[in-house]
Ligand binder design. Sequence first.
Ligand code: PEP
Ligand code: MN
Length: 366
Amino acid sequence: MDERIEALRRRIDDLNLDLLRLLSERAAVAEAIGRRQTELGLSHYDPMREQAMLDALVAANRGPFSDAVVKSLFKQVFQASMLLEQEQDKARYLTSRRHRGEDTVVWIGDVPIGGDHPAVLIAGPCAIESRSQVQATAAHVAARGVRLFRGGAYKPRTDPYSFQGLGQEGLRLGREACDAHGLRFVAEIMDAADLPAFEDHVDMIQVGARNMQNYCLLKAVGRSRRPVLLKRGLAATIEEWIMAAEYLLYEGNAQVVLCERGIRTYERFTRNTLDVSAVALAKLETHLPVLVDVTHSGGRRDLLVPLTKAALAAGADGIMIEVHPNPAVALSDQKQQVDFEGFDAYLEATLFPVALSPGRTELYRG
Ligand code: PEP
Ligand code: MN
C-alpha cells in the first residue's frame, strides 16, 4: 500500500472519531432540549429552527461538498436527534416497555396473569341473571379447573329496553357463587359511583370497551387497589388503548391487564374483527399482560377455538370466554355464549389434557 495513502487514511480514522465525539455531544444536547420541550409541552419538531440551522450551515460552507450535500447530511443528523427525543418521550410512559423492561405479573388473589405463568382462562356468563344460573355456571367451570369467573352485573346495552343487569344484587350473587366454588370474580364497572360496591364484591374490575375512553371512570378505577381488566374500545387505536391504561397507572394502579376484544370493521361475517397484531404489539410496546376475549371478538361459537389458538400464538397471556347454562334463553349475547357441553368441547380442543385436572388451566400456547 502506498505510504501516502496510509497516512491519509490514519488522518481519516482520527477525523471519524472526532466526528463521532461531536455527533454524540450534539445528541446529548438535543436530548436535553427534548426533555425541556416535553416538560413545557412543546413539540420537538420546529421547522423554522431547522431551516435557520440549514441556512447558517450553507452560509458557512466553503466546500468541497455542495450546499445540497451539506443540507442532506445535516438533515440526517436532525432526523436522528428527533428519533432520540421521541424514544425518550416513550420511556416516560409508565405503560411502556422502555420504562419497565420485564413483564408485569398481575395477581388476582393467588392467580397470576402474565410473565412466564401459564395462560389463564376467564369463563362465565355474559350477564348474571339469577342465583341458579350463576351457581350452575360457577360450579361447572370450577370443576373444569377454571379459577377466574366473569359475570356482568351492570351491562352496557345498545338498546335501553334490553336487560341492563341485576346491579348490586348481581354483584352479590356473583360473589356468593365465586365463594362457593373457590373462584375469583371479574365484573364490569360502568359508573365510578359504584366503585365501593365493586371493591366489596369483586376481585378484578373490568372496564368495558364502551368505557375505555371514559377518563373520569379510568381515574377513579386507577385510584382503586383492585386489579383492572381494560378492554380495548370498539374503534380505538392501539395507542388510544395503551393511553387509557396509562391513566390507570398514572393514578397509582399498576395491576392492569389489557384485553383485546375485536374491533369494528366493515366485515359482516363476524361481530368484530379480532386484531391479532394488537395482541403482539401490546406485548411489545407495554409490559402489561394481554388477554383476548374470544366471545365478543368473533361473536361466533364456531370461531372460539381458532381465535383462541391465534391469540395464544400471538402471545396472549389468557383468554376470556362466555359460558351460559342455556344460551338460547340468555338475557344477552344468546348467539355467542357456549353451553356446558360446548365449553367442555372448547376445553378439549384448546387445553393440554393435564389442564383438565382441577386447579390447572394451562391453555395450549402456540
Ligand atoms: C363484556 O365483557 O361483558 C362486554 C360487554 O364486553 P365489551 O366491553 O368488550 O363489549
Ligand atoms: Mn357478552
